[in-house]
Design a protein around this ligand. Structure first.
Ligand code: PGA
Length: 265
């Protein structure tokens, strides 16, 4: 991480935690906030150098918004269509999110690509639409195990970014490098593997948007990040935070991730 960019810990809850569990999570996080987080970490959060986010399922967004209201935790949506309204059964739109006061979106998570047919083209459309509507968009990308084993990591990342990135840079654009082989498997990328991919991705950003924009863009790591490995990953100069699935589902562990990040600031 590079302190001037700020550090971010985001919990991707995937299809976990309905409204009731969301409220219990938030209540527990609030009650443990002062004991689980050092003064240093709390100060980092208060000043915005470290930020905390959760991405609950759509039906839990309003509960999360209310339950985290008095906290520094920001709420985002996991999947939002690129159109603002219309005949898209099962989807939700940006204006709907705005109406309930949610300002962050995830775009192109590998599970959306793998199981729901999202492509680099739809990822680009979503990122552009969400940013245009004023959201902060976290754009996910990453190679599969077979692609890494075939030595194709850089070419896959380059292709995903070149075709998936929005045409215009925006300061509300965040990237999340998530190697598919590391997601939910317990096989975390080594800090060196993460750094290599992040540095390479930042060079693609520089080619596309110029050096200044590339330096300002946060690139998160995702894939079996835990309170145990968060510090080593965040010590890498190009790793600016984490998008965390499994280890974000319990308040203790979510707070421990924040504490790990805060201890480095
Ligand atoms: P994981 O998921 O931390 O459970 O590996 C990360 C993600 O999919 O965002």
């Amino acid at each position: 991480m590079e302190a001037s960019r700020g550090v971010l810990i985001a919990g991707n809850w995937k299809m976990n935690h309905g409204p009731k569990e969301t409220r219990s999570f938030a209540a527990a996080a609030v009650s443990q906030w002062k004991t689980a987080l050092s003064e240093k970490t709390r100060a980092a959060i208060q000043s915005g150098r470290l930020s905390a986010h959760v991405f609950p399922p759509s039906v839990s967004l309003e509960s999360a918004r209310d339950a985290f209201q008095e906290t520094a935790v920001t709420v985002g949506a996991q999947n939002v269509h690129f159109e603002e309204k219309g005949a898209f059964t099962g989807e939700i739109s940006g204006p709907m999110l705005k109406e309930i006061g949610v300002g962050w979106t995830l775009v192109g998570h590998s599970e959306r690509r793998q199981y729901f047919g999202e492509t680099n083209e739809t990822v680009k459309k979503k990122a552009e639409s969400h940013l245009r509507q004023g959201f902060t968009a976290v754009l996910c990308f990453g190679e599969s195990r077979s692609e890494r084993e075939a030595g194709e990591t850089n070419s896959v990342l380059e292709n995903q970014l070149k075709t998936g990135l929005p045409a215009e840079w925006n300061q509300r654009l965040i990237l999340a490098y998530e190697p598919v082989w590391a997601i939910g498997t317990g096989l975390t990328a080594t800090p060196e593997q993460a750094e290599e991919a992040h540095a390479f991705s930042r060079s693609i950003l520089a080619d596309r948007y110029g050096r200044e924009a590339a330096v300002r863009t946060k690139i998160l790591y995702g894939g079996s990040m835990t309170p145990e490995n968060v510090r080593d990953l965040l010590k890498q100069p190009n790793v600016d935070g984490g998008l965390v699935g499994g280890a974000s589902l319990k308040p203790e562990s979510f707070l421990a991730l924040l504490e790990g990040a805060g201890s480095l600031l």
